[in-house]
Design a protein around this ligand. Structure first.
Ligand code: FAD
Ligand code: FES
Length: 326
């Protein structure tokens, strides 16, 4: 079988058998922004100016991008030679406008994009540092707010999260790209109850979706389950309690795996707490976000309990497979 060639910005690069466009370019020293390497985060978007793009490389991207020849380079295994250009035109400049600790392990980052950035609350974007380091983060803000809000969990030795926690300053410039993902509220079925569940910073998209649904006058009950290992891991507690006082149809259920002596909290894994509270969510719509293991468990258990697969919207926070620091 012939090895195909990728022509990138006028230079030819030969791909080895079974190698994706991203792998081939990285192997030959070309630094392409990327993160998950599994077709989820969309940070590795490139555009083909000539050649056939395999269907799989465009499956997850929106129709307007498809038609312009964009594709995900990490899952693109060309069946012919390809001429490609970068997707830098999809990036927007943004400034860090606020950095604030929501808890010991979660940092709120507010960004001011320099041009219009259209999104649905709960979608995710690629955050790109000046040097090209790229990671995905869910958008916790509402479109009526002038900033984009992200909730960043501190990861030991994590490149992006450590930079944001320790070095980034208000006024620093970054790039953003996106948005992507289908985890957001669509109006049209206001009588369908909603269940939202996630652990850690999985709360970011859920907080956005819940507030969006309430502002769009969702009529049925909305249940938000947020889980953490200990009480320390819960954040935005007052804001969520205040929402549940303001809206009779909004219910907030924080839970922990290990409770302190004086904590008045539900104890148990988030799936146990959810199904003990809502044993039969038949016909409901569900949003699950955060750690990939927990997202998987929640999807399976919600399906078994009666939520149709087409009504389950999920974003698993896959860790980056970016090997810059190794
Ligand atoms: C669609 C999507 C949405 C996301 N949304 C958010 C969000 O809203 N908030 C948020 O905080 N994160 C989110 N993430 C995860 C985020 O993109 C980064 O992976 C995370 O911030 C770690 O990046 P880092 O550069 O700090 O660590 P890295 O330098 O990438 O990783 C350092 C080390 O830590 C390990 N590691 C990475 N993540 C974890 C983890 N969660 N648990 C244990 N070990 C880990 C890595 O394998 C590596 O060994 C999302 C991911 C995706 C795909
Ligand atoms: S989709 Fe390609 S690196 Fe994430």
């Amino acid at each position: 079988m012939k090895n195909h060639t990728v022509c990138y910005l006028g230079n030819n690069f030969s791909l080895q058998a079974g190698e994706s466009v991203l792998e081939g370019l990285l192997r030959q020293g070309i630094d392409i922004p990327h993160s998950c390497r599994s077709g989820v985060c969309q940070s590795c978007l490139m555009r083909a100016s000539n050649g056939n793009i395999p269907e799989r490389a465009q499956r997850a991207i929106k129709e307007t991008l498809k038609r312009q020849g964009y594709f995900l380079s990490c899952v693109c295994y060309p069946e012919s030679d390809l001429e490609i250009v970068s997707s830098e035109e999809l990036r927007t400049r943004a400034e860090i406008a606020e950095l604030y600790r929501l808890s010991n392990t979660v940092l709120l980052v507010r960004l001011l994009p320099q041009t219009t950035f259209d999104y649905f609350p709960g979608q995710f974007l690629s955050l790109i540092r000046e040097d090209g380091l790229t990671r995905s983060y869910s958008i916790a803000s509402q479109t009526s707010e002038p900033f984009l809000e992200l909730h960043i969990r501190k990861i030991a030795n994590g490149e992006m999260s450590s930079w944001l926690f320790e070095q980034a300053r208000v006024g620093d410039k970054v790039y953003i790209q996106g948005p992507a993902g289908s985890c957001f509220y669509l109006p049209g079925r206001p009588q369908q109850p909603l269940v939202l569940a996630g652990t850690g910073t999985g709360l970011a998209p859920l907080y956005a979706i819940a507030r969006d649904a309430l502002s769009q006058k969702h009529k049925a009950d909305i249940w938000l389950f947020h889980g953490a290992v200990t009480q320390d891991g819960l954040y935005l507690v007052e804001e969520l309690e205040s929402l549940s006082r303001d809206y009779a149809n909004f219910n907030y259920y924080p839970s922990v795996l290990e409770a302190g002596a004086d904590a008045d909290l539900q104890v148990g894994s988030i799936d146990q707490v959810l199904l003990a509270t809502l044993p039969k969510p038949i016909g409901w719509r569900a949003f699950v976000c955060g750690s990939p293991d927990i997202v998987d468990i929640l999807k399976k258990k919600l399906f078994i309990a009666g939520v149709s697969m087409k009504d389950i919207y999920a974003d698993a926070f896959l860790p980056s497979q970016n090997n810059r620091s190794s």
